[in-house]
Each structure stands twice: as structure tokens, then as C-alpha cells.
Design a protein around this ligand. Structure first.
Ligand code: FDA
Length: 308
């Protein structure tokens, strides 16, 4: 019931200004975001890698309408990639990029700027010995993001995609992307989407997730199962067995701070597990989406606000 209002608030500048006066170190924020600086991200990465996990780093930011801000985001990615390489972490850590943070939403020139910027990040990632995965945002950007992915994969075939099971189109997109070498992160989807394009009922989203998993696990690509849902994790495991997939020919992915014991349990069982680690000052939209998934955290959130 609270999911929709929270997702609407995630795009409100007024609420954002109020909430972001809260320090990143306050309980609810630090549960999901390890810090604002590159060094905070690198430290969190090192700890996760030392405990047997892999990482994908997201420099927080989205819906950028300012060219300078987009360029600053690119600079932040170059900075973190060079830190990962220098500190010997790049083998186990990649980066995730929201195209709207690197220019996709700029009027007229958006796609052109986003593709140039994404290309710069892909180059730096390759030089560091790692890869980039393009996050997926709301449905108005899906065609553009998949178009940019196709362009990038001509020179950087290792670039990963994200598909969202709540979109009605996604099973077909999974079929298109289930080819050899294609890394696809399958998530349920975190935005407020209309019924015309997205399943609204949680049960229907879960059924779609399973259909998409069947396509990806039965295909020739590299599936990345991004879910904390125990049933999806179990079904993915069963599909790996059914399709004769060895551990490491797919991976599980979860968000920083969510079900850490399960992340460790899977890794201890020999599975490849990657943790998505967001960092930076622009944590508001990310935090609101996490609250929308788990409104029971709201009490904790309100407590953080009133005691700030
Ligand atoms: P579901 O929401 O059904 O949750 C299953 C269980 O997980 C819950 O019962 C609870 O135990 C736990 N849980 C889930 N969310 C929680 C939270 N916020 N706090 C505490 N516990 C929680 N989305 C998107 O639209 N575009 C993208 O690019 C990405 N990228 C992405 C990368 C990775 C690695 C992950 C794991 C997820 C994303 N997402 C995303 C988010 C995704 O779409 C989805 O909103 C969340 O993962 C929650 O869905 P689950 O599959 O976990 O199931």
C-alpha cells in the first residue's frame, strides 16, 4: 500500500532537501550505503571481497539535467576504477552505471552524451581489468538503454545489461539477450510503473521473474540473479541443475545491507555472489526505493529523521 506513495516521494525535490539534511552515517542510510567518498566504497569492497564475495559499485546519482554533473559522475567512476586497480581489487569488483546519471536525460543530446560517457567508463574499466553493467531505470528509458547497450557491446561485448521482470516486455528481451557472452542481471524492478507496461501484482511479477529465469538459465549467456527472494534463489539453483550449469556459469547478486547472511551462505556453498554497493552523496532516490520495497523500515527511517 505504501510502495506507490514512497516511489512518488523518491522524485520529490522538497522531500529530498529535507531528508538529505540527514547525515549518511545515520542508521537507516548507512544500512544501505557504506559512505559518500571513493575510499568508503573501496573499504566496503575490500571487506566484502575478503569475506569471499564479489562487488559491483554504483556511484549514486540519477536524472542528471546538467552536463557538468554528468561529467563529474564520469570522473567519479574513473577515480574508483583506478583505486580498484591500484589496490588489487578489480578482479573481483566491477561498476554499475545509471545512464541518466551520465547524461541520458539531457535535452536533445542525451543519448549521444550518455553513450560517449559510458564508453569512457567502459574503457577505464577494461584498462583496470574489469567490466561495466548498465542499470535499468524507469520504462521510458528501456529502449534507449538497450540501444546504447547494443552500441557499447560492439566495442565492449563484456558490458552487462539489467532487465526488470515487472515489465511485460521483459521475457522477450531475455530471449534477445540470452546469447553467448551476454551478461544479464535479472531483477524484479524498483520503479513506479503503469499497468499498461508493468505487472502490478507481486504474484504476477514473481511468475514473470521465473519465466525470465527459465529463458536466461536455459540460454547461452551469463545470468546474474539479482534477488533477495528465497524462492527465486531456490528456483535459480534448481534451474542451474536442470540445465547442467556449473557454479560460476551464473551468479547471485544482492544489495549491500540486505540479507548479508544469505550472501555469505551462498558463497560458502561455492556459489559466485556479487554485492551491489552504492556510494556517494546522491543517496536519496536509492534509499526511497529500498524503503518502498520494505515499508516496515519506515519506523526506523522516521526515527532517524526526528532525531537528526
Ligand atoms: P522482494 O522485494 O520480493 O523481496 C524479497 C525479500 O528480500 C524480502 O522479503 C526481504 O526479506 C528482502 N528485501 C527486499 N528488499 C528489501 C529491502 N529494501 N530492505 C530489507 N529487506 C529487503 N531495480 C531496477 O529497477 N533497476 C536496476 O537496475 C536494479 N538493479 C539491481 C541490482 C541488484 C544487484 C539487485 C539485487 C537489485 C536491483 N534492483 C534494480 C532492485 C530490484 O528491482 C528490486 O526492487 C529489489 O531487489 C527487491 O526485490 P527482490 O527480488 O529482492 O524481492
Amino acid at each position: 500500500m505504501l510502495r506507490q506513495p514512497l516511489l512518488m516521494l523518491s522524485r520529490s525535490d522538497k522531500v529530498k532537501n529535507f531528508v538529505t539534511a540527514m547525515p549518511v552515517s545515520s542508521g537507516i542510510v548507512s544500512r544501505y550505503v557504506p559512505g559518500e567518498a571513493t575510499q568508503d566504497a573501496v573499504e566496503a569492497t575490500r571487506e566484502l571481497i575478503e569475506s569471499g564475495l564479489h562487488v559491483t559499485l554504483d556511484f549514486l546519482g540519477e536524472d542528471t539535467l546538467d552536463r557538468e554533473q554528468a561529467d563529474a559522475t564520469v570522473a567519479a567512476y574513473l577515480d574508483v576504477l583506478s583505486a580498484l586497480a591500484d589496490q588489487g581489487l578489480a578482479r573481483n569488483a566491477e561498476v554499475s552505471v545509471k545512464l541518466s546519471a551520465v547524461g541520458q536525460s539531457l535535452a536533445d543530446v542525451g543519448e549521444k552524451v550518455a553513450i560517449e560517457n559510458a564508453r569512457t567508463i567502459c574503457h577505464a574499466a577494461r584498462n583496470a581489468g574489469t567490466t561495466v553493467t548498465l542499470d535499468m531505470e524507469d520504462h521510458t528509458t528501456t529502449d534507449s538503454t538497450l540501444g546504447i547497450l547494443r552500441e557499447l557491446r560492439k566495442d565492449f561485448p563484456e558490458t552487462g545489461a539489467v532487465l526488470q521482470a515487472y515489465l511485460r516486455r521483459t521475457e522477450a528481451d531475455c530471449r534477445d539477450l540470452a546469447y553467448e557472452g551476454s551478461r544479464v542481471r535479472l531483477c524484479k524492478g524498483a520503479y513506479n510503473e503503469p499497468e499498461s507496461v508493468a505487472f502490478q501484482d507481486k504474484h504476477d511479477v514473481d511468475k514473470s521473474y521465473v519465466r525470465c529465469l527459465k529463458v536466461l538459465m536455459g540460454g547461452a549467456g551469463y545470468p546474474m540473479i539479482a534477488s533477495h527472494d528465497p524462492r527465486m534463489v531456490d528456483i535459480a539453483g534448481a534451474l542451474a541443475t536442470r540445465n547442467g550449469r556449473a557454479q560460476g556459469s551464473y551468479e547471485y547478486q544482492m544489495l549491500y545491507g540486505i540479507r548479508p547472511d544469505e550472501q555469505k551462505r551462498l558463497a560458502d556453498a561455492g556459489e559466485k555472489v556479487r554485492v551491489y554497493v552504492p556510494y556517494g552523496q546522491e543517496w536519496y532516490g536509492y534509499l526511497m526505493r529500498r524503503l518502498a520495497e520494505r515499508p516496515s523500515n519506515l519506523t526506523f527511517f522516521v526515527h532517524s529523521l526526528v532525531s537528526k
